[in-house]
Design a protein around this ligand. Structure first.
Ligand code: ADP
Ligand code: RBF
Ligand code: MG
Length: 150
């Protein structure tokens, strides 16, 4: 049986927000809360790298999120990273806080762009997809999931 990411969705994860690789997601206008290596290692090996969306809970509040799961070249392509962008403007950083997420749907593979502008455009498009799709009744229901709200 060949499993794919789809077979694992919705996927429930929680973990502490750690500091990432300082490659400056913030300067892309898209800060990403990174989860630790230990958490990334709990992903099934068949869980594909790529861009996903779903819901996140931070300090008892629920937010829409987009997530990138990708290979970190610093680890010679041996380690995946999980980076989550919450669709909300925060006044402060939230390193070390617990982030709970429900990954609901795969958007696209991780791509190689020719310019940073093209990457930013793609991310903005991912955010629009997430905003729209998460309002569908079969997606919005997960906002009430006990995993996020307990
Ligand atoms: P790092 O390389 O440490 O992950 P980033 O530039 O990706 O640095 O910034 C990530 C940090 O920004 C997060 O850990 C979090 O504390 C903060 N942050 C502020 N707003 C957001 C947001 N909307 N989504 C995700 N993280 C955010
Ligand atoms: N990085 C890529 O190299 N290719 C991508 O297609 C890509 N898509 C992303 C989509 C979203 C929604 C987010 C939050 C990040 C994405 N990234 C992608 C990762 C981005 O390059 C990374 O956050 C910065 O390099 C900072 O680590
Ligand atoms: Mg980050």
């Amino acid at each position: 049986m060949n499993m794919t990411s789809k077979d694992y969705l919705p996927f429930y994860v929680s973990g502490k927000v750690v500091s990432g690789f300082c490659r400056g997601s913030k300067s892309l206008g898209c800060p990403t809360a990174n989860l630790s290596e230990e958490i990334v290692e709990t992903l099934p090996i068949e869980f594909e790298t790529g861009i996903y969306f779903g819901w996140a809970c931070l300090e008892r509040k629920i937010y829409k999120m987009v997530m990138s799961i990708g290979w970190n070249p610093f680890y010679k392509n041996e380690k995946k990273s999980m980076e989550i962008h919450l669709l909300h403007k925060f006044e402060d950083d939230f390193y070390n806080k617990i982030l709970k997420i429900i990954v609901l749907r795969y958007i696209r593979p991780e791509l190689n762009f020719n310019s940073i502008d093209d990457l930013i455009k793609a991310i903005k498009n991912d955010i629009e997809i997430a905003k729209r799709c998460l309002d569908e009744s079969n997606m919005i229901k997960y906002k009430e999931d006990p995993f996020l709200n307990s």
